[in-house]
Design a protein around this ligand. Structure first.
Ligand SMILES: CC(C)(COP(=O)(O)OP(=O)(O)OC[C@H]1O[C@@H](n2cnc3c(N)ncnc32)[C@H](O)[C@@H]1OP(=O)(O)O)[C@@H](O)C(=O)NCCC(=O)NCCS
Length: 408
């Protein structure tokens, strides 16, 4: 078997796309092959794996910027499309693809990579760490009385799909400044992710969109679908919230109030919500909101100097951090980090480390949502200077829980 990993040619894209979907046990409509090519993928970032010229593996990345603590946006490889044909699994195909994808990211000077993992056992070995939490929510809206609510001066109105797609990017852009973990979404990707034909939505209705405006300024939007919940009862429906994004607390409260107030709905589900969302604190009977946490995005630091210099920190301090990186030794080393709320400087160092971690722990803690202390208690961190883990946590903590609402 001679396995070759290389970028695919334009004309190889349809076969490549079929293979990705087949690895996820799915077929693909021919129009959706063109849609991914035209509205989302970057062909020059896609890798194919060939066994004697036959395509047996896929991978690649979408180019993004990610908000990091402090509000800067750092170039980030949004790793996706990773698959190996069932005929070739567990022979190192994915491992080779990941090496290519990271190599490409480094050539593009992206200090970070991020991904959504189909299974949580796969990516730690490649230096990725679970960096955000995504909560799946479910509630019977008849139990969703609000006991607390900010003053809401604006209004919510329904908008049609085209108008929604014009208003949403501006809201997303403003909201992305408030939380680390947000990824940008280009115009073509907005179109891709809000594609709403019957073949992609199954039993669910077309999308409904609402926008919250105050003095004519859109401050938030929500998109949802409905589905008949009980075939015997025409009017009883389930709601799936696709996105609810806002940059003011008033918009956030007004939009969720509306989502919980749509008549004839018996169940509202919303996947991937932030773990520090204020809705829990607004409900009269919070436990009625069932919250199931899951891993959100996994982050990998490709260039520790750039990544650690690129964010701000909760307290002024100086730490020397040793990073081991078995999979990608180029990112390993000892790094001296001196930083605080106004910025940071990180450089390679020969000083004695205060802490030793591997790339996966650095990725998990980088956005400030996971405490190093938890990882230390799990036996994943070596503390060489007393108190260094606690000082790390005071430095790395983010103002709001990091969160990524963009599923790629
Ligand atoms: C996940 C997938 C891409 C792995 O591909 P692969 O070519 O078999 O992976 P590799 O042979 O390079 O495996 C590398 C290591 O990861 C482990 N591994 C791979 N997939 C794993 C899984 N699903 N669960 C646990 N371990 C896994 C392998 O055992 C191997 O470990 P080792 O180095 O200790 O032997 C492949 O199984 C697949 O296509 N799955 C369906 C699609 C999917 O889930 N893609 C990931 C999208 S996020």
């Amino acid at each position: 078997m001679s396995i070759v990993h290389r970028p695919i040619a334009y004309e190889e894209f349809p076969e490549w796309r079929v293979l990705v979907r087949r690895a996820f046990n799915d077929h693909i409509h021919p129009d959706d092959i063109a849609r991914l090519r035209d509205e989302r993928a970057e062909i020059d970032r896609l890798i194919g794996v060939f066994d004697d010229k036959k395509l047996v593996g896929t991978g690649g990345a979408d180019s993004h910027v990610m908000t990091v603590p402090g509000g800067a946006e750092l170039p980030t490889a949004g790793v996706a499309y990773m698959s190996t044909a069932a005929t070739h699994r567990r022979r190192g195909v994915l491992t080779g693809t990941m090496a290519k994808v990271l190599e490409q990211a480094r050539e593009r000077e992206e200090p970070l990579a991020a991904l959504w993992a189909s299974e949580s056992a796969i990516y730690g070995r490649f230096g990725f760490g679970q960096a955000t939490i995504a909560e799946n929510w479910e509630i019977d809206p008849s139990k969703s009385t609000f006991a607390h609510m900010p003053q809401v001066p604006g209004r919510v109105r329904f908008v049609e799909h085209d108008e929604a797609l014009k208003l949403m990017p501006g809201v997303w852009e403003r909201a992305s400044k408030l939380r680390a973990g947000f990824l940008d979404r280009s115009e073509r990707r907005w179109k891709y992710f809000f594609f709403d034909e019957e073949r992609v939505r199954g039993d669910w209705s077309g999308m409904f969109h609402v926008v919250y405006e105050d003095a004519g300024e859109p401050q938030g939007y929500a998109t949802y679908r409905l589905k008949q919940d009980d075939p015997e009862l025409d009017d009883v429906q389930a709601m799936q919230v696709i996105e609810c994004v806002s940059y003011t607390d008033e918009a956030h409260a007004a939009l969720w109030r509306l989502l919980f107030d749509v008549d004839l709905v018996v169940n509202v589900e919303a996947e991937g919500q932030p773990p520090d969302d204020p809705i829990w604190w607004m409900l009269a009977d919070p436990r009625k909101l069932q919250r199931t946490p899951a891993d959100g995005i996994w982050v990998r630091v490709i260039d520790p100097v750039k990544a650690l210099s690129g964010r701000t920190y909760g307290t002024e301090d100086r730490l020397v951090i040793e990073v081991a990186d078995e999979f990608w030794p180029d990112s390993a080393g000892v790094f001296e980090l001196e930083g605080g709320p106004d910025g940071a400087v990180c450089k390679s160092s020969t000083a004695t480390p205060d802490i030793s971690v591997s790339a996966s722990e650095l990725g998990a803690t980088y956005l400030g949502g996971v405490r190093l202390q938890e990882l230390a208690r799990a036996g994943r961190v070596a503390e060489h200077t007393d108190g260094a883990v606690t000082r790390f946590d005071w430095m790395f903590v983010a103002e709001r829980a990091p969160w990524c609402g963009h599923h790629f």
